[in-house]
Design a protein around this ligand. Structure first.
Ligand code: 3HC
Length: 696
């Protein structure tokens, strides 16, 4: 016998009722799925032939969570809790059969089942914290009852996906069944439950792990303290922690009420709205309107790197990490040797931290070949150049590569500053030229800006995006302009920071405001970290800026023990009287009288200048959509994800406010930043949002 709706069905196999969900792509708990579970579980319960129930999913995964697209819209019946109650209160045992990922609400449904089985490749988790939320369907109350308080705190605040074998160890699943045999394995397990007359086990009724933690508030205090840095600025981890406190201290139903309240608090806040926006933005960023998903790509089986410096070595590691061999070319043997040594040291440090085995280190190093001849790159499918930022040198290299490297191969440049259209003029295959701008350290930072020149082919773009995905990056497409998306916006912020320095704000005043806003550091701390002498030379230095003056004094940042800040032996920064004096000298020379600059002004001038620049980038078609700009700033510069990126943030502030503030600061902002983007002005006037703008 079987009955079905479009997304859920019941089939009866002997004494087992199998409720199957089928709602691609990820069986999210939409209204139809919730209704489908409720209806079919009730049907199975009512069917006298059915003695036990298996809940299983079609497609690539078990239920991957609530349907995020329904968030923020009016709720539709039935609520998830009704479907969960039907399962948990079923007089017949219900077994969840898990493959793919049982996440969020999906795992919370599984936790209401009396038993859970999974294939070895399955993963379970409560990743709501990554959406600025907490598991709002009993997950915070049931999880600690199984795994205990410490582990629950860890899982809830990290949102990690736990592999099935580990779930078995923790008691989150009861049995692992062979890969590809989930349905049969789950049915067999259900029959065993019946044969052995196992109880209808309800997680909600198990209390011993909660009792054990009662009266020990230090567990929570210690956890908060240990993770303070990681949780800085985020609301969701704290609310998750409070839920576990409730699980420990309150009866189950009271704990559920506390969970609901804390969930609603997050759901109605801007942080979760931002994090949910970023979830979709991370998926949208791969979609390029005129480069469809089926665009032919070059199969990248071998990569060439021109330049084995910090950048080249870091980029090469990305490929070695996924098993793609790389040939690194340098001009001098010492440089090559040094480059490969740095890579080896990086891998060995990772191994020391236990994240790689020595064998893996050797395997990866074995994929890297050094060479002093560009000719060794002849059979590469993709060559990435990462040499000194000089147009003549680059054009020369690309002209040579064009002659050497096999036809059809993609030639990419890691330039962060030069016009790739000009580089394209040096070759006879301008369609194969593309920018692949990695961020330093290139083996760590997630962002890759793929830069499309006037002549770049769709295949070159699709290949660069795809290879970026393969090495674990998040790739955003940018058109050609100085600084591309990320650094162009950074330049706007730098202009404001530098301007305010000469109006009376000290570097640490400005850095503090941006740090408190949620960035990992402010512009001056960032300069000190990167080195103040990037692009500076003693010979040409004119002492025209505070930075140049600092460089001339050998205060070149952290590496020299001093820059804008003074540093102690452990690289702890403190405001520097030397810098302060220097700033006052420059102010006097410019005829400026220092004035009190409020924290509000610092924040608004820095951030609104970035927003304005972002709007210009969008208006010029350099970025496809506002959310791509946000992806760049979150992944390349540490913009706090809970503020959704500068474009999303602008929408939360209100574009009218941004525009009127820019007007108010006016000339103080300088010519480039006081010119308001026409797009921004238009949207503000029409009451529209940046995040809705799309090019193409
Ligand atoms: N709701 C709605 N759509 C979802 C979704 C969800 N929970 N999860 C994934 N999707 C969509 C994606 O947007 C994407 O759509 P697209 O093809 O139109 O771009 C499609 O499903 C496929 O997703 P991915 O590209 O991410 O596919 P992967 O195979 O790489 O990853 C996944 C699959 C691991 C399930 C990943 O999609 C994921 O992590 N999803 C979110 C899981 C999650 O956060 N669940 C908790 C939700 S909140 C909740 O449950 C609240 C509850 O406590 C009450």
């Amino acid at each position: 016998m079987s009955s079905s709706s479009s997304v859920a069905s019941l089939s009866v196999e002997g004494d087992i009722g199998v409720v199957t969900l089928n709602s691609p792509p990820v069986n999210a708990l939409s209204q139809a799925v919730r209704a489908g579970i409720l209806e079919n579980v009730n049907k199975a319960v009512a069917d006298p032939a059915v003695k036990a129930i298996v809940l299983i999913c079609e497609g690539r995964t078990f239920i991957a969570g609530a349907d995020i697209t329904e968030f923020g819209k009016p709720r539709k019946d039935p609520p998830l809790s009704e479907a969960q109650d039907a399962i948990e209160n079923s007089p017949k045992p219900v077994v969840a059969a898990i493959h793919g990922t049982a996440l969020g609400g999906g795992f919370e449904v599984a936790l209401c089942c009396h038993y859970r089985v999974a294939v070895p490749s399955a993963k379970c988790g409560l990743p709501e914290v990554k959406l600025g939320l907490l598991p709002g369907a009993g997950g915070t109350q049931r999880l600690p009852r199984i795994v205990g308080v410490e582990r629950a705190l860890d899982l809830l605040t990290s949102g990690q996906h736990v592999p099935a074998p580990k779930c078995l160890e923790m008691g989150l699943v009861d049995e692992i069944v062979p890969e590809g045999e989930l349905r049969a394995g789950a049915i067999a397990f259900a029959r065993r439950v019946l044969a052995e007359k196992r109880p209808l086990r309800k997680v909600r009724d198990t209390d011993e792990k909660m009792v054990a933690a009662r009266g020990k508030p230090e567990i929570f205090a210690d956890f908060r303290k240990a993770n303070a840095r990681k949780f800085r600025g985020f609301q969701a981890p704290e609310n998750n922690i409070r839920c576990v406190e409730a699980a420990v201290n309150l009866p189950f139903d009271e704990g559920m009420k506390a969970e609901r309240k804390l969930f609603e608090e997050l759901m109605s806040g801007t942080q979760s709205a931002a994090q949910r926006y970023v979830f979709f933005a991370e998926r949208e960023v791969w979609k390029i309107p005129d480069v469809p998903a089926d665009t032919p790509v070059v199969a990248v089986k071998k990569v060439g790197m021109v330049g084995a410096g910090t950048m080249g070595g870091g980029i090469a590691m990305n490929f070695a990490n996924v098993g793609i061999p790389v040939t690194l070319v340098e001009t001098r043997p010492e440089a090559l040797e040094r480059g490969l040594k740095v890579v080896r040291r990086n891998y060995e440090n990772t191994a020391k931290r236990g994240r790689l085995t020595n064998e893996q280190v050797e395997q990866r190093m074995g994929l890297l070949t050094g060479s002093l001849e560009l000719e060794s790159l002849a059979d590469c499918d993709l060559v990435i150049e990462a040499v000194f930022e000089n147009m003549e040198i680059k054009q020369d290299i690309f002209a040579k590569l064009d002659r050497i490297v096999k036809p059809g191969a993609i030639l990419a440049t890691n330039t962060s500053a030069l016009n790739i259209n000009e580089i394209g003029r040096a070759v006879k295959r301008p369609e194969g030229i593309v920018g692949m701008h990695f961020f330093s350290p290139a083996n760590v930072m997630r962002l890759l800006e793929v830069v499309r020149g006037d002549t770049t082919s769709k295949t070159a773009i699709a290949t660069a995006m795809q290879v970026g995905k393969k090495v674990g990056k998040i790739a955003a497409l940018s058109g050609v302009c100085p600084g591309f998306i990320g650094n162009r916006i950074l330049a706007a912020r730098t202009r404001q920071a530098q301007a305010m320095l000469l109006e009376g704000a000290m570097p640490w005043d400005i850095d503090k405001v941006l740090y408190e806003f949620g960035l990992p550091m402010g512009p001056f701390a960032m300069s000190d970290l990167a080195g103040l002498d990037i692009g500076w030379s003693k010979e040409t230095s004119k002492r025209a800026t505070v930075r140049e003056a600092l460089c001339e004094m050998d205060r070149r940042g952290q590496k020299t023990g001093a820059g804008y800040y003074d540093y102690d032996e452990s690289r702890k920064a403190s405001p520097s009287p030397v810098t302060e004096k220097l700033v006052h000298e420059f102010m006097a020379a410019a005829g400026n009288k220092p004035r009190e600059i409020t924290e509000q002004e610092i924040l608004e001038r820095c951030v609104y200048a970035m927003i304005n620049e972002g709007a210009k980038i969008l208006d010029e078609g350099i970025a496809i959509r506002a959310s791509d700009i946000d992806i760049v700033w979150i992944n390349g510069y540490g913009w706090p994800v809970y503020r959704g990126g500068p474009m999303f943030y602008a929408d939360t502030v209100g574009l009218q406010t941004v525009v009127s503030k820019l007007e108010e600061y006016g000339e103080r902002m300088g010519a480039a930043d006081s010119a308001i983007s026409p797009l921004l002005a238009r949207l503000a006037k029409d009451g529209k949002r940046l995040q809705d703008v799309k090019n193409g």
